[in-house]
Ligand binder design. Structure first.
Ligand SMILES: Nc1ncnc2c1ncn2[C@@H]1O[C@H](COP(=O)(O)OP(=O)(O)OP(=O)(O)O)[C@@H](O)[C@H]1O
Length: 649
């Protein structure tokens, strides 16, 4: 088969990426030509012969042949196996993406361009030396789906494939990690790493005693003594921006049980009640950017006057201030059904970026307990840290790291600096036909949601499918009520019923469908257009708020116009949106008051206003990540200097 990668294509890339990347592309293009040249050689082979070839590659890699030399054959074999098993042939641009990943890059492929399939080639190649390859995804569902779907390709070539899922026993985990290729989430893999560190400690580290007191002594036990993971060889991180950037703001922590005393629990409940009596501005000020409350002199006096209450017997006045400020923060900044849900009497954090529930995660420094008090739940655990690692430090352990995403260019500098990976933009296989309609800006939320509902009605009348992304479960439900009023049949998808989300979202491209979802729909779900929908302009996506990062917006938009399909996308925003507070609470209040009830704000400067607000938020998150890394580095250095394991305690 003739090469499909011509000079014109490389020129297209140069325009896209600038001269430096274009040079790299030219060398990758040579590899693609080699892969293509092998296609007619492998096509006539039987399945057994194909596997024989794969075994031969393994042997050569173990005998010392470099992976760069084996690349064309390994990629061509994977492509042949994909054709035979799942009926898909990696496009040339996907092969370029695969080469980029092999070369420690984050391959930026537009949403819907088939990242799942791209990963098969570098994963197979890097699995040849039998040191393990981890393919990291954002949730269990995608890990399972990809391991099953792409597993057919690897198995066809004699490779073993494992998949890590929440709740798995150690034995199964160990088996999955011992496979040639292992799929799983960063969270599961990160926690397995931490648990392994604890096990190593249990196996004879000098800190055994204190660890046993802190962790095992509280009724905990480690299921098996031997670690489950093997060496950290190569990780391919899917949705790399989400995992390496968004998730990097919270470290993974294994807490050791430290049941609160009755006095501590009463202090949380008491502080919650006391906080509810305080008046904003007069008794405290609240900084929405830092999400922090600070008592004023009047507030402190009020709190002091209650210090003798039996709930606070064990607290000094200063500590009581902290309890109350924390309770205020829990009441103001953390909303039920947006930031967390209550599931079987427990607080389950909802990931602000993906809308997914994150069972097992806890807010730190007493905030989790303050929220439990606010919700009148049992104050369960005040955890002390047994082991912790940041997402950054976990992934930096891998000898080689790479990934793929739809949206990383904007964070290329951070990715390069922290993880030492480059970002390479890969052109689309077919022209992307997405139409971005200009944002619609309103003065308040009532007007905004009414306008969203009206727009849905209009598109629904045409028969076009509409997918709406909201920032919280509460807002999904509000919109759902408006749609019900307008007589529009629709599906609501939120973090509460995420088990069936994939099936529902997959159907969102059918004629006349209206699907309302929280941000979770913005990740990983593939939406195929129903019959006749392409003629109606494809899937229409509506965002009901600008998210805290442009990338999340683009992921939501990326549910439409996949693989060259047509599609539209429009965002509706209003001055009551939380993002406006990135300018500060007072300016936000002023502007809201000044323009109250003005309806739609059509001047283009309002659209720019929201772009600015989002950029401020992005900068703030960037600062948070930097601060966390600085703190973690200091902590690790301190522990190392003291001769302690930097990960534990
Ligand atoms: N080479 C190919 N031939 C045919 N179909 C393909 C090919 N590559 C990908 N696809 C199809 O394109 C669709 C999108 O693939 P996939 O979900 O992997 O995209 P993605 O890039 O991960 O999207 P997102 O960024 O939205 O997660 C899937 O239905 C997949 O089967």
């Amino acid at each position: 088969m003739a090469s499909r990668l011509g000079v014109g294509w490389i020129n297209q890339v140069s325009r896209l990426a600038g001269p430096t990347t274009a040079g790299r592309f030219a060398s990758y293009a040579v590899q693609v030509q080699r892969v293509n040249a092998l296609e007619p050689v492998f096509e006539p082979l039987t399945d057994a012969e194909l596997r024989e070839k794969a075994n031969n590659l393994r042997l050569r890699s173990r005998q010392g042949d470099s992976l760069n030399v084996l690349l064309p054959e390994a990629f061509a074999l994977t492509r042949e196996a994909a054709k035979r098993t799942i009926g898909q042939r990696q496009f040339d641009v996907q092969v370029v993406g695969g080469v980029a990943i092999h070369n420690s890059c984050i391959a930026e492929l537009e949403t819907g361009e088939g990242k799942t399939l791209v990963a098969t080639m570098p994963a197979f190649l890097n699995a040849l030396p039998a040191k393990g390859v981890y393919v990291v995804t954002v949730n269990d569902y995608l890990a399972r789906r990809d391991a099953e779907w792409m597993g057919q390709v690897y198995r066809h070539l004699g490779m073993t494939v494992g998949c890590i899922q929440t709740g798995m026993a150690d034995q199964e985990r160990r088996k999955a990690y011992n496979c040639d290729i292992t799929y799983g989430t960063s969270k599961e893999m990160g926690f397995d790493f931490l648990r392994d560190e604890l096990k190593r400690l249990q196996l004879g580290d000098t800190h055994r005693k204190s660890f046993e007191q802190a962790f095992l002594g509280q009724g905990n036990h480690l299921e098996a003594e031997t670690p489950v993971q093997r060496t950290h060889n190569f990780a391919v991180v899917d949705e790399a921006d989400s995992i390496l950037i968004d998730e990097a703001r919270t470290p993974l922590i294994i807490g050791a049980n430290n049941q609160p005393t009755q006095e501590e629990a009463s202090a949380y409940y008491g502080a919650d009640q006391l906080a509810a009596t305080l008046v904003r501005i007069k008794d405290y000020k609240y900084d929405p950017i830092e999400k922090k409350a600070e008592l004023s002199a009047a507030g402190r006096r009020k709190v002091q006057s209650r210090a003798a209450h039996p709930s606070f017997v064990m607290l000094t006045v200063d500590t009581l201030y902290e309890y109350v400020e924390r309770a205020l923060r829990a009441q103001i900044a953390y909303l039920r059904d947006r930031d967390y849900v209550i599931h079987e009497g427990e607080i389950v954090i909802v990931d602000e970026f993906t809308g997914r529930m994150m069972p097992g995660r806890q807010w730190q420094d007493g905030l989790h307990q303050a929220i439990q008090a606010k919700e009148k739940l049992e104050i369960t655990l005040e955890t002390i840290t047994a082991a912790r690692v940041t997402v950054q430090d976990f992934f930096k352990r891998f000898k080689k790291l790479a990934g793929m995403t739809g949206t990383a260019t904007s964070d290329a500098a951070e990715l390069r600096r922290i993880y030492k990976v480059g970002v390479m933009k890969i052109p689309t296989n077919r022209h992307c036909a997405r139409i971005w309609l200009p944002d619609r800006v309103y003065s308040n939320e009532v007007e905004k949601f009414q306008a969203v509902a009206d727009q849905i009605v209009e598109w629904n009348r045409m028969g076009a499918p509409v997918l709406v992304g909201t920032r919280s479960i509460e807002k999904s439900e509000h919109l759902s009520a408006l749609l019900a009023e307008a007589g529009i049949e629709h599906q609501v998808l939120n973090a509460k019923n995420h088990e069936i989300e994939a099936q529902i979202v997959a159907q969102a491209g059918q004629k006349g469908r209206v699907t309302v979802a929280t941000n979770m729909a913005g990740r990983g779900t593939d939406i195929k257009l129903g019959e006749g929908v392409a003629d109606l302009g494809g899937l229409h996506v509506i965002g009901t708020e600008r998210n805290e990062s442009r990338r999340i917006d683009r992921q939501l938009a990326g549910r439409s116009a996949r693989q060259g399909d047509p599609g539209r996308c429009q965002f509706f925003v209003c001055l009551e949106d939380e993002i406006v507070e990135s300018f500060g609470e007072k300016p936000a209040r002023r502007i809201r008051a000044r323009l109250a009830g003005r309806g739609e704000l059509t001047n283009a400067r309002w659209r720019r206003f929201f772009v600015n607000a989002q950029q401020r938020k992005e900068r703030q998150h960037f600062r948070d990540r930097k601060l966390l890394m600085h703190y973690e580095k200091q902590r690790a250095e301190m522990r190392t200097n003291m001769g302690l394991n930097p990960v534990l305690g």
